[in-house]
Design a protein around this ligand. Sequence first.
Ligand code: FMN
Length: 227
Amino acid sequence: MNYDDVVTGRRSIRGYQDKPVPRALIEEVLALAMRSPSSMNTQPWNFTIVTGAVLDKIRAGNTERNLAGVPHSREFRIGTAFEGQHRDRQVGVAKQLFAAMGIAREDKDARQDWVLRGFRQFDAPICVIITYDRELADSDDTAFDCGAVTTALVNAAWSRGLGAVINSQGIMQSPVVREHAGIAEDQVIMKAVALGWPDDGFPANAVVSERKSVAEATNFVGFDSDG
Ligand SMILES: Cc1cc2nc3c(=O)[nH]c(=O)nc-3n(C[C@H](O)[C@H](O)[C@H](O)COP(=O)(O)O)c2cc1C
C-alpha cells in the first residue's frame, strides 16, 4: 500500500473480527509509529497493550461505572461542549454512523447500545493505551507528540490490514484502566486505540467521514497571486 492509499483509505473501525492479532505484528506497527517526530526528540509516549481477560475487566469496569453515573475521570482536559462548526462536525459524523447502522434518531435503546459499544472498546481484541511520562505533563508539546504517534499508529496498522479507532470512551474511567492494566503512577493516560482485524460486514466500518477543504483550513501568505 502506498502512502496515499493508507491515508485516504483509513477510517475508524468500530467492528472487529473475533481473531487474534499476532504480537509480532503489533510490535511492527508500533515500531513504524514510533518514527514520529517529537519535541526535541523527547518521545514522551509509552504504550500498554491489553488483551484477553484483562481487557474484558477494563470493558466491564468502564461500562459499569459509566452506567452507575460515576463522573468520568479522564486524565486530560476535555474543554466545554462543542458549538458552531465544531458541533456541526460532531453531529455530522454521528449522523453518518447512525445512518449506516440503521439507528433511528428516536431509538434511545439503539443509541445507548452504541454508546455502550464505545465503553467496551468496540469489542476489539486489542486495546493500546497511550500514556506519557508524567514529568512532561506541563508541556502542551507532550499532548501534541502523543497525537502524532497515535495517528501514525492507526495509519501503520491500516497499512498492514488492521483496523483501529482512537478513542476516549474506553478510558472514561481511567482508574479502572490503570488498575487492571497495571499502569504506573509516573504515566498519564492520554488515549486508547481499539485495534484488530476489521469486520467488513459491520456497516459503520464503511463510513467515510467528511473533511473541510484545504481552502477553508488554509491561509497562504506572501505567495504570488498565481501561486
Ligand atoms: C482524540 C480522539 C478521540 C476520539 N474518541 C472517539 C471515541 O471516544 N469514540 C469514537 O467512536 N470515536 C472516537 N474518535 C474517532 C473520531 O470520531 C474519528 O477519527 C473522526 O470522526 C474522523 O473519522 P475517521 O477516523 O473515520 O476518519 C476519536 C478520535 C480522536 C482523534
